[in-house]
Design a protein around this ligand. Structure first.
Ligand code: COA
Length: 191
């Protein structure tokens, strides 16, 4: 793998992935305190104090060098406005594996922003870092997230039933993944 990788903004056709900044607090708080946004996340809607804490923590996550390192960049639209966050977590160096995740503010959903942002991180992972596999874990009832995985070419890999007591109920986790050869095939003219 090509490590370390120090954060540099990633530019797509419409979206840019950029580090979180102090002035992202209001839109980040609006998003992370929204119960609908948090419905299928591992955490409950967050307080302002909690969002202040996670913004500082995540803005400082700027380097991928070893297992456990992560990025939580802001997704900004073509006008530079905050529309959500991505998650990219180096889960194994030996197996060249990372986890990916996404959250969009409600007003920004339905525009393809998360798809474009995810492709930027898949390109970073496979083309720049030399990953072998990227996976996502989600609540299978989260249809928008399942659809996003499929749009990205991620295969359904696993279904773990009722392994987690979360938000007052037993909750399943679905796994989706894409390998470097699958990513390459999608990028080739034939793919
Ligand atoms: C999961 C989540 C990020 C998906 O957001 P999304 O906007 O549906 O995903 P995309 O960015 O890929 O956008 C795809 C949608 O935009 C539409 N779209 C509009 N213009 C588009 C364009 N130019 N390019 C691509 N898609 C476009 C697509 O048709 C699709 O809509 P559809 O599902 O009605 O067919 C969002 O639902 C969310 O933030 N949920 C709450 C947090 C959450 O649960 N996160 C995941 C935890 S596992």
């Amino acid at each position: 793998m090509t490590l370390p990788w120090d954060f540099a903004p990633l530019h797509g056709e419409r979206v840019t992935l950029d580090l979180l900044r102090p002035d992202d607090l209001e839109p980040l708080y609006a998003m992370q305190s929204d119960p609908d946004v948090c419905r299928y996340l591992l955490y409950e809607a967050r307080s302002r104090e909690k969002v202040v804490e996670v913004l500082a923590r995540d803005a400082a996550a700027t380097r991928l060098a070893e297992v456990g390192d992560y990025l939580q960049p802001a997704i900004r639209d073509e006008h530079g406005r905050f529309v959500g966050t991505m998650y990219f977590h180096l889960t194994s160096v030996d197996d060249r594996t990372a986890e990916i995740g996404w959250i969009l503010a409600p007003h920004a959903q339905g525009n393809g922003y998360a798809s474009e942002a995810a492709r930027l991180l898949l390109a970073l992972g496979f083309d720049t870092l030399g990953l072998h596999r990227v996976y996502a874990e989600l609540d299978p009832r989260n249809e928008a997230s399942v659809a996003l995985c499929r749009r990205l070419g991620m295969r359904h890999e696993s279904a773990i039933l009722e392994h987690m007591w979360l938000k007052g109920e037993w909750t399943d986790t679905g796994g989706y993944g894409i390998l470097e050869r699958e990513w390459a095939a999608r990028r080739s003219p034939a793919g």
